[in-house]
Write a protein that binds this ligand. Structure first.
Ligand SMILES: [Zn+2]
Length: 131
């Protein structure tokens, strides 16, 4: 296959192919930027305190859905794939690393300070995550 043949092959590709390829690139860029901004959000990686079990530490980040489904959707139906990816990003949440409860609050926030004070007053020892 020489250069001319390659050029003819590329020119002969259906328009839909290029739309799809462009779509996939846009999805990758948009989702990547979205995730980057979200993770750099001030306070996203702070120490959190759990109102459920009182443990304090770095929260786990949970994402709904599946990366495999997202991958297949983006490859086959570009537009639903974008929405699926954005939904997963927007529904990403922080959960307690010990009990898995949602609603953890930053330890340094007024609510977190108040929670810690209440826990100390009640004499309950928060479970320590070892390691
Ligand atoms: Zn907890």
């Amino acid at each position: 296959m020489n250069t001319v043949e390659i050029e003819e092959f590329i020119a002969g590709l259906p328009f839909g192919f290029w739309v799809g390829l462009g779509g996939v690139c846009v999805v990758v860029i948009v989702v990547g930027l979205f995730a980057l901004l979200r993770d750099r959000e001030p306070g996203f990686q702070l120490m959190m305190i759990c109102p459920h079990c009182g443990s304090e530490g770095m929260p786990k980040v949970e994402m709904p859905g599946s990366a495999l489904v997202q991958f297949c959707l983006v490859l086959t139906f570009v537009v639903p794939g974008v929405f699926y990816a954005l939904w997963r990003e927007s529904a990403k949440k922080r959960v307690c690393p010990v009990c898995g409860a949602t609603g953890v609050v930053p330890s340094s926030s007024p609510r977190g300070v108040e929670l810690r004070r209440q826990l100390q007053k009640s004499g309950a020892e928060p479970p320590q995550s070892k390691g």
